[in-house]
Design a protein around this ligand. Structure first.
Ligand code: S3P
Length: 167
């Protein structure tokens, strides 16, 4: 299994799908799994139930996916803040998709559908990058830069990185 982490706008879902196709394995995204299970969009869970409820669902979903999914798994940007999740990730092949502020802001656009960005998208993304980059770096076996690059180029670099490394 290969796990993609990184902040919103890093391209985890797009690159993850491509990578899974190339490896001929399944793809799962924890936000999508949470939405399927709850029958609600992530933003509605934040608004109706609150962030704490979302994080609890996310923690359980990530744990189950790490147990059961065998392929490429993309985690929601904030999933790695949870210490229990951090511990579960330790034995896995974790790839950090790095993105700088300018590209992240470009990719998330107005941030619709991403409740944590409401208000000032650029300031919110900067805050999340500053707070989380050390965590992503600490958990990753490989780091791949995504700034100015197409998803296919990023997926190709991940493929090279993971094929040249022990699982
Ligand atoms: C979040 C990232 C989102 C989603 C939720 C919270 C975060 O996932 O889980 O809006 O805390 O960074 P993506 O990183 O896939 O956008």
């Amino acid at each position: 299994m290969c796990i993609l982490i990184g902040t919103m706008g890093a391209g985890k879902t797009t690159v993850g799908r491509l990578l899974a196709q190339q490896l001929d394995v399944g793809f799962a995204d924890t936000d999508e799994l949470i939405e399927e299970r709850s029958g609600k969009a992530v933003q509605d869970i934040f608004v109706e139930d609150g962030e704490a409820a979302f994080r609890a669902a996310e923690r359980a979903t990530v744990a189950q996916a790490l147990e059961e999914h065998d392929g490429v798994l993309s985690l929601g940007g904030g999933a790695v803040l949870d210490p229990a999740t951090q511990a579960l990730l330790a034995p896995h092949r974790v790839v950090f998709l790095r993105v700088g502020l300018a590209d992240a802001v470009k990719r998330v656009g107005l941030g619709t559908g991403r409740p944590l960005l409401l208000g000032n998208v650029r300031a919110r993304v900067k805050h999340l990058l500053d707070e989380r980059t050390p965590i992503y770096e600490g958990l990753a076996r490989h780091t791949v830069d995504t700034d100015g690059r197409e998803p296919a180029e990023v997926a190709a670099e991940i493929l090279i990185a993971i094929q040249g490394a022990p699982s």
